[in-house]
Design a protein around this ligand. Sequence first.
Ligand SMILES: *Cc1c(COP(=O)(O)O)cnc(C)c1O
Length: 359
Amino acid sequence: MIPVTKPYLPSREALDRYLDGIYERGWLTNNGPLVQELTARLETYLGVDNLLLVSNGTLALQVAYRALGITGRLEPTEAITTPFTFVATASSLKWDGVSPVFVDIDPYTWCLDPAQIVAAITPRTRAVVPVHVFGNACEVEAIDSVAQLHGIKVVYDASHAFGVTYKGESLLKHGDAATLSFHATKLFHTVEGGAIVFKCKEDLERARQMINFGITGPESIDEIGINAKMNEFQAAMGLCVLDEIERNLAARKAVWDQYMTALGNKMVFQKRTLGATNNYAYFPVLLESETHVKKVIARLNEQGVLPRRYFSPSLDCTSLYGPANSPVSQDIATRILCLPIYSEAPADHVANALEIEYE
Ligand SMILES: *Cc1c(COP(=O)(O)O)cnc(C)c1O
């Protein structure tokens, strides 16, 4: 079977060397040496400051909201976000008592439409949570300036945007915070894990206390905290995956290029934002109709290929997060299909299976 993605497994020998070190030290968690090493190496690799490793990408969002004062308030609070995303973007808000208010996406980039953000701002709005969906950069300048003008925070869910640069600098530098997911299925992973990149050092320091129960010293507790610490085994995996990231990226680019050669003039694709790089994390295509999507899935399944309908349904159409208010997102969600992409995914086989469908 050819799944939509496969976790990247780095050299076993390299991982064993890190595990030997963990056994020798007997230091398994609580900001251990490997977590510190991975923090420093990721800051260098990504070209950012103020990076905090956490135990998963959902907690990265939740801790970012807390550290920025978006959650944990007594009054009713809203955050403007996109319905075309993985459910964690919205569930992390609702879990902490903030109402996600959906604003529709741009029909070409599939990211939040900045013009529509302004119209959705109310006195209860504390934040906007845009998603760089499929690693495509949001209109960061427009979003950042709208937020500044209205005194609201910006947290980018950058779970798909590992390593993406915009105008020559890390995309993660935009917003008051940007969060990453290092789940096994993501481009860069630590089995489970995540990170927050803060604009301000003070926010980073507050979050650093928050992820360790709010403890600030042997006998002091200064914040309401949670346990969101990354452990040494996660960091060991991350260091090994990072050591091989260039090879992984090159292999993914090769798969991407094969798809483009085979399908480039037959299908509709996401419009990539000018000035931003591609990290080849996903290969989404937009088909003519939901009926066509179902036909293509059936055909690909016959050939052992398991594409996925990321992200469907549009979150505004679910009973938990409705009411339905985003027709563009709904339209894209019914016609989207993500094709398998991972190091050495058999793109030619997948494209050939699609060719039959397109004859
Ligand atoms: C994967 C993902 C998350 C959640 O990350 P976890 O590490 O699985 O908790 C959040 N948002 C988006 C857009 C994602 O793709």
